[in-house]
Design a protein around this ligand. Structure first.
Ligand SMILES: NC(=O)c1ccc[n+]([C@@H]2O[C@H](COP(=O)([O-])OP(=O)(O)OC[C@H]3O[C@@H](n4cnc5c(N)ncnc54)[C@H](OP(=O)(O)O)[C@@H]3O)[C@@H](O)[C@H]2O)c1
Length: 243
């Protein structure tokens, strides 16, 4: 089989559990072979690989702390040797630390920025050297980023996600000449959110009146993969959260 006919390869950070896992399954159903990156969830990553292989795809799980550049470089060296290409990178890692900014200490700040922002940059940097023309980068953000609201809780998280949006737009412009599209999908309150309001109160925060499902986010990622004239955008998948 020539490289042009080989199945496309997707690398998904934080892919073993929750949203990342759902995105891996959706991408497998769309014909991608998967490289699932995890940090601690080895058992979940292995069970996902078995699931994807049973569905007829090639899949591997690799461990890395994406906030450590040498870990990320090693992972993509491994991908270069085994898969030889990255057609899609999904930056899904996003640690949310909802404590007040008055209690945020430098170690907490550094950890969030390392995982959520520097880690995504390291992954983009190393994936782009393996990405053919026409590839995709999709990062997972947080709804309402364009508003740059003041959030007393989770300031490190919002700074990291806003930075990721800035990076998304810069990379979209820089790599458009190779038809590499760089976009963001931003959930609001998902059903598995750590601070989900109770069902009778959700309508106060989410105009469409329900929490988001993992499939809502997967649908938007699927749209971006098909939307060959769309780059540098952020799609809020949030039922109107923070409108
Ligand atoms: N859930 C929501 O309501 C919601 C709302 C808005 C936006 N989002 C965004 O959606 C994305 C997924 O959310 P989620 O709730 O599914 O995420 P999550 O469960 O909090 O984290 C996903 C994975 O990230 C991995 N991870 C964390 N730090 C890492 C590091 N330094 N290096 C490598 N992997 C690391 C963990 O892997 P291991 O388990 O292997 O350690 C974890 O399983 C995030 O970007 C989040 O900000 C979620």
């Amino acid at each position: 089989m020539s490289p042009a006919q080989a199945p496309p390869v997707a690398v998904v950070t934080g892919g073993a559990r929750r949203l990342g896992r759902r995105l891996c399954s959706m991408l497998a159903a769309r014909g991608y072979d998967l490289v699932v990156l995890y940090r601690t969830s080895e058992g979940d990553a292995r069970s996902l690989v078995r699931e994807l292989e049973t569905a007829g795809r090639r899949a591997r799980a690799l461990a890395a702390d994406i906030g450590v550049e040498r870990d990320v470089a090693a992972v993509f060296d491994d991908v270069a040797a085994a898969e030889g290409r990255v057609d899609l990178l999904v930056n899904n890692v996003g640690n949310y630390n909802p404590q007040p900014v008055t209690r945020l200490d430098p170690a907490g700040w550094d950890a969030t920025l390392a995982a959520n922002l520097s880690g995504a940059f390291y992954c983009c940097h190393h994936a782009l050297r393996l990405m053919p023309d026409g590839g995709n980068i999709i990062s997972i953000g947080m709804a309402g980023l364009e508003g740059i609201r003041a959030n007393v809780h989770g300031a490190d998280y919002y700074v990291s996600k806003t930075g990721l949006l800035v990076l998304t737009r810069a990379l979209a412009k820089a790599h458009a000449g190779r038809r590499i599209r760089v976009n963001m999908v931003s959930p609001g309150q998902l059903e598995n959110s750590v601070d989900l309001p109770p069902p009778d109160a959700i309508g106060k925060w989410v105009p469409l009146g329900r929490a988001g499902r993992l499939d809502d986010v997967a649908q938007a990622v699927g749209y971006l993969l098909d939307a060959s004239y769309v780059t540098g955008v952020n799609i809020d998948v949030s039922g109107g959260y923070r409108l």
